[in-house]
Write a protein that binds this ligand. Structure first.
Ligand code: HEM
Length: 126
């Protein structure tokens, strides 16, 4: 059960990142593609399942955000990733702002994965 959950979580994390990268590419090249109905709906479904698997995993390993620092760090970094994603794909007023947000978002994701692998909010110290 634990392994199935973890693989589900990793699969939806990968889908979320890949789909974000695709939308980032479209934002720079053909922004009208971002308006397609399925492109606007799919991330909500993927991210809901990513979060649901994350919550199920926290209960499975009995470690929780605001109690275990690495999970608090993941949650905060996820929030930053979502904010940067919204700026990159929607709210950024100029293309320069959207591009800056788009290049910073992968830093958040990289940090999240690094923290996940080390169970430490400062994985560079491990
Ligand atoms: C973009 C968002 C996220 C990404 C890319 C991500 C990535 C990962 C990865 C790669 C693993 C596997 C680590 C390993 O192999 O040991 C993992 C495990 C896990 N993640 Fe996430 N995660 C994300 C969001 C979250 C959130 C928001 C939470 C909850 C606050 C969470 C909770 C967990 C838990 C509990 C595990 C299991 C750790 C273990 O059993 O060793 N994840 N995550």
């Amino acid at each position: 059960m634990y392994l199935a959950l973890k693989h589900t979580h990793i699969t939806f994390a990968a889908l979320s990142i890949l789909f974000f990268a695709l939308r980032g590419f479209w934002m720079l090249s053909t922004p009208e593609k971002l308006q397609q109905r399925w492109v606007r709906i799919a991330p909500h479904i993927i991210d809901t399942l990513l979060l649901a698997s994350a919550i199920a995993l926290t209960f499975t390993i009995s470690q929780y955000p605001f109690s275990d620092a690495w999970l608090t760090a993941k949650l905060i970094a996820l929030f930053a990733y979502i904010m940067l994603g919204t700026i990159a794909l929607k709210r950024g007023k100029t293309k320069a702002v959207r591009t800056l947000a788009l290049t910073m978002a992968p830093l958040c994701v990289g940090y999240i994965v690094w923290v996940a692998l080390n169970h430490n909010p400062q994985p560079w110290l491990v």
